[in-house]
Design a protein around this ligand. Structure first.
Ligand code: ZN
Length: 101
C-alpha cells in the first residue's frame, strides 16, 4: 500500500482508477483574501497529505508545497480561467500558508 508522498505520475494513475486511498479535502478558509483556495482541494493518499492539490473545475493536478507557496495555484487558475470563462477575479492575493498538521 502507498503510505507516503507520491510523485505526479503514480498519483495520476490512482486518480484514473478512482483509487479509494485517495481523499480530497477542502482547505479551511481562514483568510478571505485567498480567493483561489475554494477552487482547489488538497490531495490525501491514505491520509497522507500530498504535495499536490486538484483543481475543482478541470480536475488537473497542480503541485503545491507549503515551502514553495501558492504560486503554482495562481498560475494554474490564470490558465484555467483562460480556457473557459474569463471572469475578473481579485488580484489582491496575499501570501497564505496552510498548516497541514
Ligand atoms: Zn483548473
Amino acid at each position: 500500500m502507498v503510505s507516503k508522498l507520491l510523485t505526479r505520475t503514480p498519483l495520476e494513475q490512482l486518480f484514473k482508477k478512482n483509487d479509494t486511498s485517495i481523499a480530497l479535502k477542502k482547505v479551511k478558509q481562514t483568510d478571505h483574501g485567498s480567493s483561489f483556495w475554494p477552487r482547489f482541494s488538497l490531495v490525501f493518499v491514505n491520509d497522507v497529505g500530498q504535495n499536490f492539490v486538484i483543481c475543482d473545475k478541470c480536475r488537473t493536478i497542480v503541485t503545491y508545497k507549503s515551502s514553495t507557496g501558492t504560486g503554482g495555484l495562481k498560475k494554474h487558475l490564470a490558465s484555467c480561467d483562460k480556457i473557459t470563462l474569463s471572469n475578473t477575479t481579485q488580484s489582491t492575493i496575499t501570501t497564505y500558508y496552510t498548516t497541514s498538521k
